[in-house]
Write a protein that binds this ligand. Sequence first.
Ligand SMILES: [Zn+2]
Length: 565
Amino acid sequence: MQRIAIFFIAACGFAAAPTTDIKVDQAGYLPGGPKVALVVSEALAKEFTVRRTGNDSVAFHAKLPPPVQDADSGDLVQTADFSKLAKPGRYYLEVAGVGRSWDFAIGPDVYARVFYLAMRSYYGQRCGTAVDLGPEFPGYKHAACHLEGAYHPSSGKTGPHVSAKGWHDAGDYGRYIVNSGISTGTLLWTWELFGARIRQVKLNIPESGNGTPDILNEIRWNLDWILSMQDEDGGVWHKQTSERFCRFILPEKDTTISYVIGTGHEPYKSSCATGDFAAVMAIAARAYRPFDEAYGQKCLRAALQAWSWIEKYPDVQFHNPAGVGTGDYGDSDCGDEHLWASAELWRTTGDEAFERYFLTHFGDYRKSIRPVGPPSWPNVAPLALWTYALGHGKNAEAVAAITEDSLSAAGQIVERSARHPYRISLTSTDYIWGSNGVAGNYGVELLVANALRPDSRFVETALDNLHYLLGRNTFSLSWVTQVGANPLHHPHHRPSAGLGLPEPWPGLMAGGPNRTRQDPAMRKLPNLPPAKMYLDEQASYATNEVAINWNAPLVFVLAGGMGVK
Ligand SMILES: [Zn+2]
């Protein structure tokens, strides 16, 4: 009886397991936009069919063009374009001789759930408090952690220091100002650019319903920690971590002391951290004033103090002091952080002194808005330039130059992505540690260009990068945990390992392919093209760690996609 039933299902075709040879965005596609799946198979099929999930009726049928070789993966790629299919629903692709794809949706709200999970993942990363994802994700919880803080000898002070709030940076439990800087800045920009779309999104966090939009509630948890890292003289210590990474345990089981770590010599604080701090606090002052005037003012005062410090100490670099082995986030040039602080402070206060600093220095950084190499934690100059243009700076010539640079770079990214067999913006050299974050930040670059001068191609290419992250890649893998039918399962993430549940914590994006073998687990990989250098293994921190600075551009691009028809 069972055998007959299986035969019946197989004959109808709809119960066959999906194949990784057909690559779709497993979250889905917007009704009015381009819709493309990719087929990689030696079968070299001639046509494809889109069927409705449930009754398997044909919704769309078309020919497949000849394959194109993708140098970065080695794949022979055929493009299945079903853009004309606009009716909301659930579908799958079928290709004779190849198989069927995972299910996907077409609808105006296909990114709402991913946005919710990706933004709510920051709640799971909260330090200093108990976290529980509730009945939606039973068992995903941890107790209050890292409550014991102290000054490390490298900080210039001694004794206890608060260890309060903040987000665990990545797969480890450290908190780092520089990486928090671009992450928190990108999320605050998400609010500033797309607030109308996301202000009603309830993240189901303890603060939900307090009258402030939940994205700002969640960001504030990290801002409060960032504020606690400022010294009385205005300077900001680089990081707060244990001296060494702990084992793969839940955060509350890590009982090491959380040290405020400095440079080890006068003035102990570092310029890049202080510049990032000033920029982020200046944005926060704008964002929170309408909801909590006093908090906005507090952020602004902190930003101004940090500015005074970096004016005095523009070039104090950070390197791990003796005895400290956690992340370095070292940066040999803090000029871009200084510039970002000036631009955000100008945008918030309108003070001519900040504008003068910006206009004196921005020309040195115009090349940072480029077609290859979007913003990243060591390179925040594009954010400085963009905030001046987005804030309608008074110097029309500067605004015009920044706008033209941005449109030119975005135009080149669009053309390159359109030619790419996987329709992504990544170049061969972009497959670095955190390449998925690079793909996300190309999306940010494109959506900012669109904000400066609307162009549907910019938005479509940003979403092409999103499609790659959510399954339209050589592995047919969704690189966001618990999103899509075929997501990664084994991120380098201590809270996931500590729980030992079948699936990791939801909404976290993995770093992705890395052309360089930067961890021991990668040694087993044969010589592969760059896009294939990836392992869904906990041990592979250089391809499968998660990080707050990679989730931030994901959140930004998802919010950008949520408003498109
Ligand atoms: Zn913690």
